[in-house]
Design a protein around this ligand. Structure first.
Ligand SMILES: [Zn+2]
Length: 460
């Protein structure tokens, strides 16, 4: 239906110095079950082409789901590029141009009827605890077929399936409501949902237990954070500030900045802090062999032994920094220009047995599972709520705590990290927003159990 080569020829005919196209077919099957009732069952199909042109050092972009609109669209994209008042002309760093087809493997096929059955059974599992007043389960299977072609000769096809399930358990008693939500899944089929029933039982029982839990008293203390909490922490205060467009303060209005701008080669955290972004981790929601500029994916070190060593780059920002592009450009769909996005940003594992970290903590807290983040524009001051926490006294897990929020500043917290576990875990993130128009992106984030110092307090 769409002819990428023809689109590129048209762009070149009208004077584009560079052009790339992404032709995509996306099918999203979703099922939502609330308290045993199917509330929603949707199939959304979308296909189209996104065309990016570089004209006289400025970008123009056009996308459509109609193949007959292409020439007019390209002319308007070039017109838009001409109208941009440039401070500096965009240059693209060189890449090795590739032609390849990748079908990402699925170990166990999943279809809509199977996803519906699993979601219904999960809903029942959550409601098994009599204290649960509401259960909400949303299962989504997304099939994506993506073709990238560039005026440099790249031709890359990537086909993959994402299977994810969101679960929420809510309990209510004596005027108090408690709820726990969690997302499971990844790039692949049924194998990515192998443990969902254990997780459903766990969130059900923990939500019920929170009804009898107390809030923490405010205290700055040693906090042992589990990998799920570390995943969101890493996303917000290590991943986002590593995006080179933020570092450059470009488009501050929608991307924000980064407090560590200009600090490459300097110490930003303790010796124990090692941070990577890695699109090559199979099964993560940020698993890909090529990004949306056709750059071959690679694991990149962002922080090494506490030193800031690199950022995530596009071909454009790599050229500005004088470094190699490192496969960080992705768009939510053909309808958007790619942006610098995390693939799978994680704190690397250390040598500690996570149980030993707890045993080694005289007084502190064990923080479980991500909830809601709130971070300033430069990713310096942060607060992230947790689903729940436990006290740690003399190396033992103690009292359960509800309505917990953790507050810190990035440099101080990074310097305080003194233990990283050997339990490296990647978690699914399905709702990262960036850009104007806003692009919602899926990715992996993770790390091991870590220990550092920050303030714990109750949410009023
Ligand atoms: Zn985000």
């Amino acid at each position: 239906m769409f002819d990428g080569q023809k689109a590129i020829r048209i762009a070149q005919k009208h004077g584009a110095a560079y052009c790339d196209i992404r032709i995509e077919n996306i099918t999203k099957n979703g099922i939502t079950i609330e308290n045993g009732i199917i509330e929603q069952s949707t199939i959304i199909q979308d296909s189209g082409i996104g065309i990016r042109v570089l004209y006289d050092g400025a970008w123009g972009f056009f996308s459509t789901s109609h193949s007959d609109k292409i020439e007019d669209g390209i002319i308007s994209a070039i017109k838009a590029a001409k109208s941009i008042q440039k401070k500096a002309k965009i240059a693209l760093s060189d890449i090795s141009v590739q032609q390849k087809t990748i079908n990402y493997p699925i170990q166990k096929e999943i279809d809509v009827s199977e996803m519906t059955k699993i979601s219904q059974d999960l809903d029942k599992t959550i409601r098994q605890n009599p204290k649960i007043s509401k259960s909400l389960v949303s299962g989504i299977i997304t099939l994506t077929g993506k073709y990238f072609e560039s005026s440099e000769g790249a031709k890359i096809t990537q086909n993959y399936t994402d299977s994810t399930i969101d679960m929420v358990a809510t309990a209510h008693q004596y005027g108090m409501t408690q709820s726990i939500n969690i997302t499971e899944g990844g790039r692949g089929g049924l194998e990515k949902l192998a443990n969902v029933f254990d997780v459903a039982s766990e969130i059900s029982d923990n939500t019920a237990s929170l009804l009898d839990a107390k809030q923490p008293k405010e205290e700055k203390a040693a906090l042992v954070m589990n990998p799920d909490f570390v995943a969101l922490l890493t996303h917000e205060i290590l991943g986002h500030p590593s995006e080179a467009d933020r570092v450059l303060g470009k488009e501050m209005a929608w991307a924000g900045g980064a407090w560590w701008a200009g600090m490459l080669g300097q110490k930003v955290g303790s010796q124990s802090l090692n941070v990577i972004d890695d699109p090559t981790i199979p099964g993560s929601l940020g698993w890909y062999e090529f990004d949306d500029e056709g750059v071959k994916s690679q694991k990149k070190k962002l922080v090494e032994d506490g030193i800031l060593v690199n950022h995530m780059h596009s071909r454009e920002t790599a050229s500005m920094f004088g470094v190699e592009p490192n496969s960080s450009m992705r768009a939510t769909s053909y309808g958007f220009m790619p942006l610098i996005r995390m693939a799978c940003t994680c704190i690397e594992a250390g040598n500690w047995d996570p149980q030993e970290i707890i045993k080694d903590t005289k007084h502190g807290y064990y923080i479980s599972n991500m909830k809601v983040p709130s971070i300033d524009m430069k990713r310096h001051n942060w607060s992230i709520s947790a689903q729940y926490a436990h006290k740690i006294e003399n190396g033992e897990i103690g009292e359960l705590l509800r309505d917990v929020i953790i507050v810190g500043t990035a440099p101080e917290f990074f310097s305080s990290i003194d233990a990283c576990g050997n339990d490296f875990t990647v978690r699914p993130i399905t709702n990262c927003g960036k850009g104007d128009p806003m692009q919602q992106m899926k990715m992996g984030n993770g790390g091991p159990t870590i220990r550092g110092v920050a303030t714990i307090r109750g949410i009023s």
